[in-house]
Design a protein around this ligand. Structure first.
Ligand SMILES: [Ca+2]
Length: 147
């Protein structure tokens, strides 16, 4: 797929659909991978990330950016009956927030909604991608260059 700017929109996230235990570091003991079940089907594949935590970051992945530019970080989130808040963030190697955003709950219970933010990465660096929220269910994370 080629974006409007002519760049190949290669997803730089490894294991973006949580189909294995690789590459993601879970920050909380109550964050775990869930197989497809009757309550919520994964957005894609057989598994998604489930977090029984309150309003914090739950998973990180470090990504080496070789080309400076504007990138979009996106993920699909699903809300349960009482939970809320979906969070995405990008942190530099010296712990500076390059971008972060918080959204309220999805508009419908147990429905996947795409959340996205853009982030300018001014020079080659290894950024830390952060996912979080309040009891968030997350699947299909993508980091692609858009400009
Ligand atoms: Ca998945």
């Amino acid at each position: 797929m080629v974006s409007g700017g002519g760049y190949h929109s290669e997803n730089l996230i490894t294991n973006p659909s949580f189909e294995s235990d690789e590459s993601w570091e879970l920050w909380d003991n109550n964050a775990f991978y869930v197989e497809s079940n009757l309550t919520l089907l994964p957005h894609s594949g057989n598994r998604f990330l489930n977090s029984q935590i309150q309003n914090t970051w739950v998973a990180i992945q470090r990504v080496a950016i070789t080309e400076p530019g504007t990138y979009e970080l996106s993920a699909y989130f699903a809300s349960g009956a009482i939970d809320r808040w979906h969070m995405l963030g990008v942190v530099s190697p010296d712990s500076v927030w390059l971008a972060s955003k918080t959204w309220e709950r999805a508009s419908a219970v147990m429905t996947w909604e795409r959340r996205a933010l853009t982030v300018d990465i001014p020079k080659p660096m290894t950024v830390q991608i952060q996912l979080g929220g309040n009891w968030p269910r997350i699947d299909d994370v993508a980091l692609v260059r858009v400009k």
